[in-house]
Design a protein around this ligand. Structure first.
Ligand SMILES: Nc1nc2c(ncn2[C@@H]2O[C@H](COP(=O)(O)OP(=O)(O)O)[C@@H](O)[C@H]2O)c(=O)[nH]1
Ligand SMILES: [Mg+2]
Length: 211
């Protein structure tokens, strides 16, 4: 039964990928533990990109409209998906949210997945790139504990580096562990709060969008 669900999801994800490509939309799937800073990263990205690159957002959470409200305040169109008991977004939810959102051609579609490092790793949403966000308050061993998530990601953002002076977090070790499970992974260290390293994220986004 699990394989059936995943196979069906993969087909729908491929269909999403076709829709995104047809409209020239760069779709990114943001995955992380709760609280690592996904919504904060999106808020600052929307503000910093300004008119350079339109951003639309699909927000996934089990409950509440909180993140959608934050994104709306930041100035981007957003659709909130509540998954109830579900611990991840799937391709069909994204398809329906995408139709409602109807993002502009040549824009970026940010999909904030439900916060946890387990279920979202199994479900392709049709994204071009999967971004795993880790924050320095989480401990450096998370890639070893949740290898599927780090294996399925294309890039790893390490957030909250403003807190490094107050913690024992070993940044090189965290990267070494992540590379053990996925040797293709690349890293962007940044602080959404202070802005340190943020230009590397913006540059990566522009490059992915072909700008
Ligand atoms: N110190 C610090 N706190 C941050 C940073 N980025 C996010 N936060 C805080 O982390 C908490 C969780 O952020 P949020 O964006 O809601 O995380 P999400 O659950 O992954 O969407 C909030 O209190 C943010 O203000 C950062 O770079 N540095
Ligand atoms: Mg959030």
């Amino acid at each position: 039964m699990e394989t059936d669900i995943l196979q069906k999801n993969n087909l729908l994800a491929q269909r999403n990928r076709g829709w995104f490509e047809a409209k020239g939309i760069l779709a990114l799937n943001l995955v992380s533990s709760p609280g690592s800073g996904k919504t904060s990263l999106l808020e600052r990205t929307i503000r910093e990109l300004g008119g350079r690159l339109p951003v639309a957002v699909i927000e996934g959470d089990q409950q509440t409209m909180n993140d959608a409200n934050r994104i709306q305040q930041a100035g981007a169109p957003v659709v909130q998906v509540n998954t109830g008991n579900g611990c991840h977004l799937d391709a069909d939810m994204v398809h329906r949210a995408f139709r409602e959102l109807n993002p502009a051609e040549d824009s970026v579609l940010m999909i904030e997945n439900v916060g946890n490092l387990v279920c979202p790793s199994l479900f392709d949403l049709g994204e071009a790139k999967r971004v795993v966000i880790m924050s320095v308050t989480e401990g450096e061993d998370k890639p070893l504990k949740y290898p599927n998530m780090f294996r399925s990601a294309d890039i790893c953002v390490i957030n909250k580096i403003d807190l490094l002076p107050y913690l024992d977090f070993d940044l090189p070790k965290a990267k070494e562990y992540a590379l053990q499970v996925n040797h293709h992974l690349t890293f962007i260290d940044l602080s959404v709060k202070s802005g340190e390293g943020f230009e590397n994220w913006i540059n990566w986004l522009m490059e992915q969008a072909g700008k």
